[in-house]
Ligand binder design. Structure first.
Ligand SMILES: [Zn+2]
Ligand SMILES: [Zn+2]
Length: 433
């Protein structure tokens, strides 16, 4: 096993005092902070590596009293907290350490900052030092078209929500014309937020969401793999890592999915509902699943018009009806305990958001009502929405409700931010940093 130093973690009690030393006195540059929600920690990375070397310092700031960092600082005061070694295959590294009798805090990898997988080794086995192993997020081809905030993010992230587990997956990336994505917003404004490529396209992720509760549900399924080279070129498909990788990384097989729930039937959401088998016929991708679709959306998708035709491809959903695995629902309702569909309209007449609740905690998958963090401003509405004024009304209500419930908001198309909480500040909507 080869391991290289990734960073040294420093537990901080008073961030201002820490910055006064590391930033002001030493003159080091501090990266934008990133929250690791599962640990109630905010991390501030400081690049201290030589050329071609990634070594960093990481200031760890507790964001709640029950954060492990808060407990550490309370017990021992601020100071050296852990060292992080980067490995290529974290599962293999853990297996090797276990076989050699090392005491592991994490038997299985879990999500860390920057889309990495991490696991801790107990200080008892590492001569008094807490050792974190880290497998970095995979590098993404085409990463030169980067989002302005972070690198592209194609890894699985897991989130506990009461009795439920939410797993954000990835079906890779595609590109759409920036004008289509921002409607009436002038390019001078949106291009300051998101950099277009030389064909004016912006990079979007596809992020289906798994909900594990009494049953295992998949919300949307990405673009799938039925499309040809021409389609792939037009939409700049980058599916080097796609839904199958992502399901495997989450420890799931297609036959584990009990319910596939559609927010709507556009090809970037329903493309992965079906596959073409070796004989060339179309069949449901998830062999044991019932597929749940809103009736109005189904009718519209089966009877597209000249404006909607480009987004609706019957190969993605008609085979579900033929296979007898389709359940059409008429109204807002609970699909499985904790998971409720609510029509938003706007994007399509029967587009729906998925609200998830367990033990008083909330999450929501607004789908194309708020596809990326750049779409938080209410008037930043997709040019392809069929009913933009309905989008506006629905989005304003959505933003208020999501903030009030402190809901985890899952952004289906954001290339860098799979999920965040949101808040309003001085009349503007932001993700919580
Ligand atoms: Zn759509
Ligand atoms: Zn979409």
């Amino acid at each position: 096993m080869k391991a290289t130093l990734d960073h040294v973690g420093i537990a901080v009690g008073d961030l201002g005092a820490a910055l006064a030393f590391y930033r002001d006195a030493l003159g080091l540059e501090i990266d934008a902070p990133e929250d690791v929600a599962s640990q109630h920690v905010r991390v501030h990375f400081i690049d201290v590596g030589a050329v071609n070397n990634i070594a960093k310092l990481e200031l760890l700031e507790a964001t709640s009293a029950d954060s492990p960092i808060a407990k550490y600082v309370q017990k021992r005061g601020p100071g050296l907290h852990h060292i992080t070694l980067r490995v290529d295959d974290i599962a293999a590294a853990l297996a090797q350490l276990k076989a050699k009798g090392a005491r592991l805090i994490d038997e299985r990898p879990r999500p860390g900052a920057e889309g990495a997988l991490i696991a801790f080794v107990h200080p008892a086995s590492a001569h008094g030092v807490l050792v974190e192993l880290k497998q970095a997020a995979p590098a993404v081809p085409g990463g030169r078209h980067r989002h302005h905030l972070h690198g592209l993010q194609s890894s699985v992230t897991r989130h506990a929500l009461g009795d439920l587990e939410l797993v954000s997956l990835s079906d890779g990336f595609f590109r759409l014309d920036g004008g289509l994505m921002f409607g009436m917003i002038p390019k001078t404004l949106w291009s300051a937020q998101v950099t277009p490529d030389d064909r004016n396209r912006i990079t979007l992720a596809m992020r289906p969401l798994v909900v594990r509760g009494v049953r295992t549900m998949l919300i949307d399924a990405g673009i799938g793999d039925k499309e040809d080279a021409k389609f792939s070129q037009i939409y700049g498909l980058d599916r080097a890592r796609h839904l199958d990788h992502s399901l495997a990384e989450a420890g799931l097989r297609p036959e584990d999915i009990d319910i596939v729930l559609a927010t709507h039937l556009h090809f970037d959401h329903a493309g992965g509902f079906t596959v073409r088998d070796a004989a060339g016929s179309l069949r449901p991708r998830f062999p044991r699943a019932r597929y749940v679709v809103r009736r109005g959306e189904w009718e519209d998708a089966m009877h597209s018009n000249v404006r909607t035709r480009v987004s609706y491809r019957t190969d993605n959903y008609q085979p579900l009806a033929e296979a007898g695995v389709l359940d059409l629902v008429d109204d807002d309702q609970t699909i499985m305990p904790g998971v409720r569909v609510r029509r938003t309209g706007g994007h399509t007449m029967h587009h729906q958001a998925i609200w998830i609740e367990s033990k008083g905690q909330h999450a929501v998958y607004p789908a194309d009502l708020v596809p990326t963090t750049a779409h938080l401003p209410p008037a930043w509405i997709l040019g392809i929405d069929s009913y933009p004024m309905d989008s506006l009304t629905a989005k304003q209500a959505f933003l208020r409700e999501a903030a009030e419930r402190e809901a985890l908001v899952f952004f289906d198309h954001d290339p860098a931010v799979p999920m965040a909480r949101i808040r309003e500040q001085n009349g503007k909507w932001h993700i919580q940093q």
